[in-house]
Design a protein around this ligand. Structure first.
Ligand code: EPZ
Length: 430
């Protein structure tokens, strides 16, 4: 059923929320459960459509996946199939992280090539370069990757690409290397907290990885891995989105469950914009709204995260002056801009840079979500707009946020989720 969020702007958000487990840590961590025959118990698993979908894929591969209680999953992959069909992969690009897990466990796999997506091309050349360096035989055949790792051995891999490091490329290579004989050194590895969380779980399973959290990972292959218990880190992108919800309304919001050092560059930009940021054992707090224009450039961690680009761009709509937002990770990731313009935002796009002429009044409007983070940004703008904003295609939002509208409502926002049939006549999709 298609659903829409109706937001009536003008409320000041105040209060506390707790971030759910990280989607982008959980997806590769779920794939990594295929690397052992023993049971892996995961805690703080977020109740997201992408995560539920990953469970379906694991079941297809032969794993038992049981939700022991909300947020706690038990996965046991005594046997694993080597083939992942297109109809599974095409619905979620991130399922490409099965590649490394299947190569690690089975030494071979046949996995459908992922499609593209709205935020821009999603190549996997670096994933394949890494596996080839290990000695894998890789063939493309009718939209499938066939990988044979029978003769794979540890090797040196420089994994950097023209856009810098690759998050799932690093995850895939580490998952293949942990059970590949010999030493694998990965330079220009991604340092995102989600990659670090995966490596920490692999280490609990008996993997031998040094340099965790650094751009240089060294993996000593082992014979097999054991089961373990692991709590997924909090979702820093969800947390950052809630902090922007507080700031864009000039409120006071505390977010629990996320570590400050996972959001360093983002918090630095909030402060540069004039938002009062506090970090304490209770969590991360944003007080007051932005008062200054800023310059933001997205980069791989520890730089400013591309997944918070749309949200901080929306925040700067309420600030007089010119804010520039430059995308160095996904240069085309501006699908939210034309929708924000429908709300009165003045934004010029110059290649990979958006020039935000903040301070213009925002008026509520019917808008269309296009991708996960853009849908959050439209809702954030609706919080600050005069009148009603209707955000359609909420399924994009549900991929990465657990009941986001309920979290915002608990902070005082006037937001409700409705079936599309509630849309005023003429606003709904045909
Ligand atoms: C992960 O995607 C995240 N997804 C994305 O979050 C996030 O935006 C991205 O990392 C960057 O931080 C998950 O973790 C499930 P990349 P990933 O490989 O790993 C280029 C969200 O909103 N590249 O780090 O696919 C690529 O084109 C999602 O939660 C190559 O050139 O991203 C991009 O420009 C959206 N060749 C850059 O690197 C490759 O082989 C970073 O991509 C791989 C990537």
């Amino acid at each position: 059923m298609l659903e829409v969020a109706r937001i009536t702007g003008g409320r000041t958000l105040r209060g506390e929320v707790t971030a759910a487990g990280s989607k982008n840590a959980c997806l590769p961590i779920l794939a990594a459960c295929l690397l052992t025959r023993e049971t892996v118990t995961l805690r703080n698993v977020p109740d997201l459509s992408d995560v539920r979908y990953m469970a379906e894929i694991l079941r297809h591969q032969g794993a038992d996946v049981v939700v022991a209680e909300p947020g706690t999953w038990r996965i046991k992959a005594e046997t694993v199939g080597h083939r992942t069909p297109y109809d599974l992969v095409r619905k979620m690009r991130a399922s490409i992280c099965l590649l490394g897990a299947l190569v690690g466990r089975l030494r071979r796999c046949e996995i459908a090539l992922p499609g593209g997506c709205v935020i821009g091309p999603r190549p996997i050349d670096l994933h394949l370069k890494g596996l080839a360096r290990l000695g894998c035989d890789i063939r493309h055949d009718a939209g499938y990757l066939r990988v044979d790792a029978a003769n794979a051995r540890g090797a040196y891999v420089f994994l950097g690409g023209r856009m810098g490091s690759t998050v799932l490329g690093t995850a895939n290579l580490v998952m293949a290397a942990v059970l590949t004989p010999g030493t694998t050194r990965i330079d220009s590895a991604a340092c995102e907290p989600e990659v670090t969380d995966l490596c920490r779980m692999l280490a609990k399973m008996g993997a031998r990885i040094s340099g965790i959290g650094s751009p240089c990972l060294i993996v000593e292959g082992v014979e097999s891995l054991r089961g373990c218990e692991h709590a997924v880190i909090g979702d820093r992108i969800e947390a950052g989105t809630y902090l922007v919800a507080g700031a864009i309304t000039g409120g006071d919001v505390l977010v629990r469950g996320v570590e400050e050092q996972h959001l360093g560059a983002f918090l630095d930009k909030l402060e540069a914009a004039g938002v009062r940021v506090e970090s304490s054992p209770a969590g991360l707090r944003a007080r007051g709204g932005p008062s200054r224009p800023i310059e933001v450039t997205t980069q791989p961690f520890p730089g400013f995260p591309t997944d918070l680009q749309a949200q901080v761009l929306a925040m700067q709509l309420v600030v007089d002056g010119l804010t520039t937002v430059t995308e160095r990770v996904y240069p085309a990731r501006f699908m939210h801009v034309p929708e924000l313009q429908r709300m009165g935002a003045e934004i010029d796009l110059e290649g990979a840079t958006a020039i935000v002429k903040g301070g213009r009044p925002l008026s509520g409007a019917p808008v269309m979500a296009s991708d996960l983070r853009a849908s959050a940004a439209l809702i954030l703008a609706g919080l600050a707009a005069r009148g009603e904003t209707w955000v359609q295609r909420l399924y994009h939002l549900d991929r990465g946020y657990v009941a986001f509208e309920r979290g915002l409502a608990s902070l005082g926002a006037d937001i409700v989720r409705l079936p599309n049939s509630a849309l005023p006549t003429g606003l709904g999709e045909e």
